[in-house]
Design a protein around this ligand. Structure first.
Ligand code: F6R
Length: 240
């Protein structure tokens, strides 16, 4: 595991974007695994700027997002589908047909999960998977206790995750109770993983995930077993 400490969130975001750009320059047909949440917003902003400066093109890139809510319409501003279009897709040349997002409104969620795994396999696997970490150690929506063997599945969200993700939704009641997410084994099958975390609220869980025992009680601890995982933290998340 390679650990990089950035002095602040801006530097974390630039470094993360640089890594994505290097990946795409080396392999223009790269398959990127993408995350939502507050953490990667700065990275997406940097990628959009680089694209606007004609430094990079995403026209051949394929993208697979980690997760989305079950039951939230794709047009809801709080869906991860909308987040991704706002933050990245609509501002770059990623082709709509190259964008894969789990559909939490699919009629048959089991088929949706199985098909997603098949699509990932068909494109030859994910080259670079970006992940954030939840305060309870979750990756994607793989909450504590999720099997390390899990493939894309429908997950029940914990109360703490629902509260942390309330976002623009008016009340906790509106936050979906389930999500559709890549499993931990799906995430681990990426050739490279980039974990991003900023802010003091993540210090404690990062210590457990990066230096504690590898246990399903802390899903992100599985990253210790990945052969090519880079972690970028800001100084606050890194703590002392
Ligand atoms: C997002 C995702 C989540 C977040 C995590 C951290 O697609 O899968 O696991 O990465 O909840 O969220 P933030 O970045 O908002 O702290």
């Amino acid at each position: 595991m390679k650990l990089l400490i950035a002095k602040d969130y801006d530097e974390l975001s630039t470094r993360a974007a640089t890594l994505v750009i290097e990946t795409v320059k080396q392999r223009p047909v790269a398959v990127l695994g993408l995350a939502t949440g507050a953490t990667p917003l700065g990275m997406y902003a940097n990628l959009v700027q680089s694209y606007a400066r004609l430094e990079i093109s995403f026209t051949q890139v394929r993208t697979f997002n980690l997760d989305d809510y079950v039951g939230l319409p794709r047009l809801s501003p709080d869906s991860f589908y909308q987040y991704m279009h706002r933050a990245f897709f609509s501002q770059t040349d990623v082709r709509p047909e190259n964008i894969y997002l789990l559909d939490g409104t699919a009629h048959n969620l089991t088929d949706e999960c199985v098909n997603y795994e098949r699509y990932i396999e068909e494109v030859g696997g994910i080259d670079l998977q970006i992940v954030g970490i939840g305060r309870d150690g979750h990756l994607g929506f793989c909450e504590p206790g999720t099997s390390f063997e899990s493939k894309t599945f429908v997950a029940k969200l914990t109360e703490s995750t629902r509260q942390a993700n309330a976002g623009g939704l008016q009340s906790l009641d509106e936050v979906p109770k389930r999500a559709i997410t890549m499993g931990l084994s799906t995430i681990m099958s990426a050739r490279k993983i980039l974990l991003l975390a900023n802010g003091q609220a993540k210090t404690d869980i990062l210590r457990q995930a990066l230096y504690g025992p590898v246990t399903e009680a802390v899903p992100a601890s599985i990253l210790q077993r990945h052969p090519d995982c880079t972690v970028i933290l800001d100084a606050l998340a890194a703590g002392e």
